[in-house]
Every structure is written in structure tokens, then in C-alpha cells.
Design a binder for this molecule. Structure first.
Ligand SMILES: [Zn+2]
Length: 96
């Protein structure tokens, strides 16, 4: 019984800590930039979901923060990453 109470309290405390954790940066300028980026990301997602990706090309796309890139089919119109090229398509891409 005692044990259950302790566990419950611990869960509650850690949950509160998560809520108190600042989601945005303390720096106003950075918070503003993050807000802008979120707004742009939302807008991009909406526009890309409306696009029918009629024209596609193989491109090197960045993978996350680093300078690593990967080869993908990308929409010419909205820059959405569509999928992975096949081995044959990759060969053609790297030969040109
Ligand atoms: Zn598209």
C-alpha cells in the first residue's frame, strides 16, 4: 500500500517537471525564430499535401542537422521528398 503511494507520487512529480520545462527558449529572439519556423513548417506541410507531385526529380537531400545527404525522389513543384530511387535510377542519376 505504502509502495503504491510512493510510485504514484513519483509519477505525479515527474509529470509536473515536464510541464514546467520551458518548451521555447528563454531568449526572446530565438523563441521568435522558433515560432516563425513552426509557422513556416505548418504552411509548407499544407502546401506539400495539396500538391500532386506531378513533376519529380532525383536530388541529394540533407539528412537532419549534419552535412550528410541522401539521394531521393523530390517533387519539383513543392520540394517534398517522395521516396527512394531504385538501383537502376541511382545509376542513371550518378552517370549524368
Ligand atoms: Zn509536390
Amino acid at each position: 500500500m505504502r509502495r503504491t503511494c510512493k510510485v504514484k507520487r513519483m509519477v505525479k512529480v515527474s509529470y509536473k517537471n515536464v510541464l514546467r520545462e520551458p518548451i521555447m527558449a528563454a531568449n526572446r529572439k530565438i523563441e521568435d525564430l522558433i515560432n516563425q519556423r513552426n509557422k513556416i513548417d505548418r504552411e509548407l506541410r499544407v502546401m506539400q499535401s495539396d500538391c500532386n507531385h506531378s513533376e519529380q526529380t532525383i536530388k541529394q537531400v540533407p539528412l537532419g542537422e549534419g552535412c550528410q545527404t541522401s539521394t531521393r525522389w523530390v517533387c519539383c513543384e513543392c520540394a517534398a521528398v517522395i521516396g527512394y530511387p531504385s538501383g537502376y535510377e541511382l545509376n542513371k542519376f550518378f552517370k549524368k
